[in-house]
Design a protein around this ligand. Structure first.
Ligand code: GLA
Ligand code: ZN
Length: 701
């Protein structure tokens, strides 16, 4: 056995700590380097197949035009069968073979599944549920992130892998762990770590009490050890948890920080041992709310994500498009698809199969939005384990059939497009703020029923999608000056500094849109003592003295002479908006709401502020609104799109590429700029272009 002892000597650990403390900056690597090829491949598990099959698989990958696999992210016990004893021989053999086929390697640190020996030897490494019961070993993602032994073992295997594979042929990068988030652990270690985190944050109990508002219900704490983990989640979601909202808000932030710290431990080791040679990335889960991807992304060269848009339907994959824009927004750079839908997905039950052409257009949608690499999950459907029904490009039978052929077609086309795509990214005139603080504030205390940031954003986002407009999803600290239109849906947490920034943005000529529940709370999750929309009142030219939810059995008519034809339906929530200088763009047809506005626009400084005080049932409401805001911001639509066709632009210094994707199963005709080169068919465009079902075009403008 190729074994060696635990490989991180003390001196190395010391120098790691030092270089981190000095906060050295390094140059980040990109998914597609200027002189390298696009990564196209599959997630592969050599440990799932008899060794003689490896070569067959690699040969098939090579024939399909693949050049990369991701490996080992669940193979901890195979690499470290007992503490400090490492066995990489099986992986070395696979790497040697992969090198013969020019297949590069992304290695996963395997900490998303602890070996059974870890649980046996260090039982407190297993997380504890909020019932106080410890999770049984046997699934995955079942570790406590505060546990010192688990952190030490994680650093141990990471260091051993980094040393062993530093110069291994074909290794180009790393994926940390797998899909960070959870489990949220309620053990004593986590409680103590939470208390320490709070001490760091607040310094004094006086500050903590003030921030949490513990004068309510007599919840003042007088010693640090009186602090407990707040009850922030109801058992089944059917009633409100009773924990203090300030404490819950900190608990969410703390749990995000735990994940980021855990990753940081691994990143520091890999960077020290493999400096500048390998990229480090992580596979994100789009809108998963537990971990701040902005914080997690800081340690990474670029982010990757796992895209599974095929469940029910077929339907228009708005969410995959919006997710891609967030993934690009995390580090404001292009990303990698680490896991891409390859067939029917599901654990206990599986959902529908990808139809002919669908695998391909799923890929192109991501390419259009900034994916610079494409890896399918998984190569071949595993015959064993919980994911027996999560299908790969190949079925259980291992034959290269329809789905494999479609992936090979994508790879071939991508190779031809590579030279045009290199150096391009998405540039947008529209930004939507995506804020974890607001997400954490609304979690467990949504205000009106069903309220959440992702859905709030989607209402507007989908209208931009239908209008064929590029959109960036960005953090609150992003420089907004390059954007002509900024939206802040559901921005419930509005610290003064952010309000000042948004105000300055409008004063300097920007168009800003805010909506329901904006500016209700401060940075501690305490409600402002202000009339809504709080600090944004002057920009919006309105005051909202009252508001209420609209229960599912009610709705009100929204009327507008400017935004849409006919009337629309207000649901869920309503701000009783008093215009104070703002122009009324829409109002209500309802006796007690007659004097209030539904949508307003206010000129402020050199720009304007739009406010939307309800949630409309109809898409047409948002189409009309988005259209009016685009005109207000001076943003021109490039195309008039038929329903179900997506248009997106990637731009670089040499190329502007227009992607057109037909997400429907009907033929669609689009008017396009004439005489331009369509790169897939290598032909010139006429005035119109026909897109067959699921067809994709890439036009060089
Ligand atoms: C996630 C994980 C994979 C796999 C798939 C399918 O995306 O990262 O390991 O489990 O889901 O369940
Ligand atoms: Zn714990």
């Amino acid at each position: 056995m190729n074994t060696h002892r635990n490989s991180i000597p003390l001196m190395l650990m010391l120098s790691l700590t030092l270089s981190l403390a000095m906060g050295q900056k390094r140059l980040e690597l990109d998914v597609m380097p200027a002189n390298g090829n696009m990564l196209i491949g599959a997630d592969y598990y050599p440990e799932h197949w008899p060794e003689p099959r490896w070569e067959t698989d690699l040969k098939l990958m090579k024939e399909a035009g693949f050049n990369v696999v991701r490996l080992a992210e669940f193979a901890w016990v195979l690499m470290e069968p007992s503490e400090g004893e490492y066995d990489f021989a099986w992986l070395d053999r696979f790497l040697g073979l992969a090198a013969e086929y020019d297949i590069s390697i992304i290695l996963g640190t395997p900490t998303a599944v602890m070996p059974a020996w870890v649980a046996r030897k260090y039982p407190s490494a297993l997380a504890t549920m909020n019932t106080g019961q410890q999770i049984e070993w046997g699934a995955r993602k079942n570790n406590c992130f505060s546990n010192d032994d688990y952190r030490r073992l994680s650093k141990g295997i990471t260091g051993a892998m980094a040393e062993h594979f530093r110069d291994a042929p074909g290794v180009i990068g790393w994926q940390t762990d797998n899909e960070f988030a959870g489990p949220v652990c309620y053990c004593d270690d986590c409680l103590h770590t939470f208390r320490d985190w709070l001490k760091d944050k607040y310094g004094t109990l006086e500050k903590l009490n003030k921030s949490w508002g513990t004068h309510f219900w007599g919840h003042k704490v007088q010693t640090w050890d009186e602090i407990h983990i707040p009850e922030c989640d109801s058992e089944d979601g059917s009633w409100s948890p009773s924990g203090n909202p300030g404490a819950c808000y900190d608990w969410r932030q703390f749990n995000s920080w735990l994940n980021v710290r855990f990753q940081h431990d691994q990143v520091a080791i890999i960077r020290e041992i493999c400096p500048d040679k390998h990229f480090i990335t992580h596979n994100l889960m789009s809108f998963h709310p537990e971990v701040s991807y902005y914080d997690l992304g800081e340690d990474l060269d670029f982010v990757s994500w796992d895209n599974y848009p095929v469940w029910a339907g077929p339907d228009i994959p708005y969410r995959a498009s919006m997710a891609a824009d967030l993934m690009r927004g995390i580090k404001q750079k292009n990303f990698l698809i680490m896991e891409q839908t390859a067939g029917p997905t599901g654990w206990g039950v599986f959902w529908r199969n990808t139809r002919p052409g669908e695998i391909r257009k799923i890929c192109y949608q991501q390419l259009a939005h900034g994916a610079d690499g494409q890896i399918w999950f998984r190569w071949r459907t595993c015959t064993a384990g919980r994911e027996q029904y999560w299908h790969g490009l190949l079925g259980h039978d291992g034959k290269p059939l329809r789905r494999y052929n479609e992936a090979a077609q994508v790879a071939e086309e991508y190779r031809d497009l590579e030279k045009y795509i290199r150096g391009t990214t998405v540039k947008s005139a529209v930004a939507i703020i995506y804020d974890y603080h607001s997400i954490w504030s609304l979690w467990g205390q949504t205000g009106f029923e069903g309220n959440n940031v992702q859905d709030a954003i989607a209402r507007y986002y989908n209208a931009f999608f239908r209008a064929g407009i590029n959109v960036d999803l960005v953090n609150t600290d992003t420089d907004l000056s390059a954007y002509k239109l900024v939206l802040t849906p559901d921005l419930i947490i509005l610290p003064d500094k952010l309000a000042e920034k948004l105000t300055a943005y409008v004063e300097n000529g920007g168009v800003l849109m805010a909506d329901c529940r904006t500016g209700v709370k401060d940075e501690h999750n305490l409600a402002w003592e202000r009339t809504l929309p709080g600090a944004l009142s002057p920009v919006m030219g309105i005051e909202i003295e009252e508001y209420g939810s609209i229960t599912p059995d009610f709705s009100y008519k929204i009327n507008s002479e400017q935004l849409f034809e006919g009337s629309m339906t207000a649901t869920h929530y309503i701000d009783w908006i008093n215009p104070k200088g703002a122009e009324i763009k829409a109002g209500y047809d309802q006796w007690h709401l007659d004097s209030f506005a539904a949508v307003t626009r206010n000129e402020h400084g050199r720009g304007s502020g739009w406010y939307v005080g309800t949630i409309a049932k109809e898409e047409a409401f948002y189409d009309g609104l988005v259209d009016a805001m685009l005109r207000d911001a001076g943003i021109e639509k490039i195309l008039d799109l038929p329903a179900g066709v997506e248009a997106y632009l990637r731009q670089g210094s040499d190329n502007t590429l227009l992607f057109l994707i037909n997400h429907t199963e009907e033929k669609k005709t689009v008017k396009v700029p004439e005489g331009k080169k369509e790169l897939i068919s290598n032909s010139l465009t006429g005035v119109e272009l026909e897109l067959d079902r699921y067809e994709v075009k890439v036009i060089k403008l």
